[in-house]
Design a protein around this ligand. Structure first.
Ligand SMILES: [Zn+2]
Length: 508
């Protein structure tokens, strides 16, 4: 039942490339950084890899366990070649760097297919060169999901991986697994769970039980990942909620230190999801932490739907929210109201100081949290990693929303945004700029439509939202109304009769 929720994962393969002659106690791997321009996990650190191509299955792989593994190995080898220039095929030992480069050019220009190229140059793939060290499935909080086989591979001695930097990958370099893991621990890089797991596993050395240690995580055998720690001490725990498509889940966050735990937005009304979250919280508390409380970013049901169940489970738990949120939720007892510039201190190691920002726009009592030490912003539904943010009056207010976006844009050292839906955002400033320019663009088009004679939100949607499906028109009308209210405030539009607007010309 649950596996059918969200999009079906696409098959993919990735390569953990080991440096030739590397140090056995702390081996070096080839770590790449994804381009900041990518919509999915842009700016994340990762390993070379990608989705299966239709022709990957046409490659014969010597000694492969089965057809599926053979296709995955073919995909892994092709992606590695395309992204780094390293060709992991047998029979090509005498090939020069220049010859490999010309092969790569043939492949990338489409003059030869991957199977065709291997065949033509009498090259072949051998399963022994690719050690399977796990198979991980992207959690269902993302519209893009992959079922990825990870292969550990030794780079051939005379080949040197290189990333061109003009495609999906921005850069790549050899780095010791221990150093890379330390960078993740120091909140300097972001990576998805299988990458963090690989770096941690490899940092303990190329031991005899290496593969066993790789496979010791149940998630390495496709068990769905519940806790996603893009950054230490911030667990993203997506829970299934009746939310707005394309999202199917709301991100609950478990922010912890050695002594304290803060739960943010336990939003699921479904018992199975509430139990899964409660189990994760119990585990963190059983390790000696005390519960600081439950914090609500805003009033919407997909963010507060599991509060009562969690309180019942824990016996008692303080609830924190803005006054406007508290007032709008009579069934939830809010113990502490939070205001702009309040500070929450989670004692322990590391001590986490969270600045509260009142950021209305999506909802009147919307809160964001900012940790200056690591540049972490918890953005609630003001900025999300998946789908778009609806500004629905009167709870939503476009002018407030712009102001809130400008306020978080002005924070000095943002390095990550954790939104209410979808994966973490590694490119905070670019993302906020994109939000602002998208809204300004919509606003210009709406004003233009009004100037050309459209008067009601319905008329305006018909002209401006041509890229939106008719089913989404009711929601688009709410967004248009929010823009019209702002334009009215700005003095460029006025309401001529209820629900009808006209433009104020310069000589009105
Ligand atoms: Zn919301």
């Amino acid at each position: 039942m649950q596996s059918s929720i969200g999009s079906t994962p696409k098959d993919a393969a990735a390569v953990i490339l080991l440096r030739p002659g590397t140090n056995l106690t702390d081996p070096e791997v080839f770590l790449v950084r994804r381009s900041e321009k990518l919509a999915f996990l842009g700016g994340f650190h990762a390993f070379p890899g990608g989705q299966f191509d239709a022709s990957d299955s046409e490659v014969l792989v010597e000694n492969a366990a089965d057809a599926e593994t053979a296709t995955a190995i073919s995909c892994a080898a092709r992606e590695l070649f395309e992204e780094t220039g390293v060709l992991l095929a047998r029979g090509g030992d005498a090939m020069t760097h220049g010859q490999r480069a010309s092969l790569l050019d043939d492949l990338q220009a489409g003059r030869m297919s991957w199977p065709g190229l291997l065949k033509h140059y009498e090259l072949w793939l051998a399963a022994e060169d690719f050690t399977l060290v796990g198979r991980w499935v992207t959690p269902p909080f993302s519209a893009r999901r992959f079922d990825t086989l990870f292969f550990l591979v030794k780079c051939p001695p005379k080949q040197h991986p290189q990333v061109a930097g003009d495609g999906e990958l921005e850069s790549g370099a050899w780095i010791s697994a221990g150093d890379a893991f330390a960078q993740w621990q120091a909140s300097q890089i972001l990576a998805v769970p299988p990458v963090v797991h690989a770096l941690k596993t490899l940092s303990a050395g190329l031991t005899n039980d290496l593969v066993k240690r790789f496979l010791s995580s149940p998630n390495a055998a496709r068990e769905p990942i519940r806790r996603i720690e893009f950054r230490p001490n911030y667990i993203c725990f997506p829970v299934r909620t009746p939310t707005k498509p394309p999202a199917t889940h709301t991100n609950c966050y478990l922010i912890y230190t050695s002594k304290s735990l803060l739960v943010l937005d336990p939003g699921s009304p479904y018992e199975d999801e509430q139990l899964a979250l409660a189990a994760a919280i119990d585990e963190l508390l059983a390790a000696g932490r005390t519960l600081h409380g439950i914090l609500l970013t805003h009033v919407h049901p997909d963010h507060v739907g599991g509060v009562a169940a969690l309180q019942a489970h824990l016996g008692a738990a303080r609830v924190f929210a803005h006054r406007f949120t508290a007032e709008a939720l009579p069934t939830i007892q809010v113990d502490t109201t939070l205001n702009d510039e309040d500070m929450l201190a989670l004692e322990g190691d590391p001590r986490i100081l969270l600045w509260v920002m009142h950021t209305p726009g999506h909802a009147r009592g919307h809160l964001c949290l900012y940790e200056e030490r690591t540049g972490t912003l918890i953005s609630g539904d003001n900025i999300v990693g998946l789908g778009s943010v609806l500004i629905d009056p009167p709870e939503g207010n476009m002018r407030d929303y712009f102001n809130s976006l400008e306020r978080v844009r002005a924070l000095p050292n943002l390095s990550v945004i954790f939104g209410g839906h979808g994966p973490a955002i590694a490119t905070p400033y670019a993302k906020i700029d994109e939000y602002i320019s998208h809204r300004l663009d919509r606003e210009r088009k709406i004003l233009q439509a009004v100037r050309e004679g459209a008067t009601t939100p319905k008329d305006i949607v018909a002209v401006v939202y041509t890229d939106v499906s008719p089913q989404a028109h009711a929601m688009a009308e709410r967004a248009v109304l929010a823009h019209l209210e702002k334009l009215t405030d700005d003095g460029v539009v006025s309401q001529s009769s209820p629900g009808a607007y006209h433009a104020i010309s310069a000589n009105d």
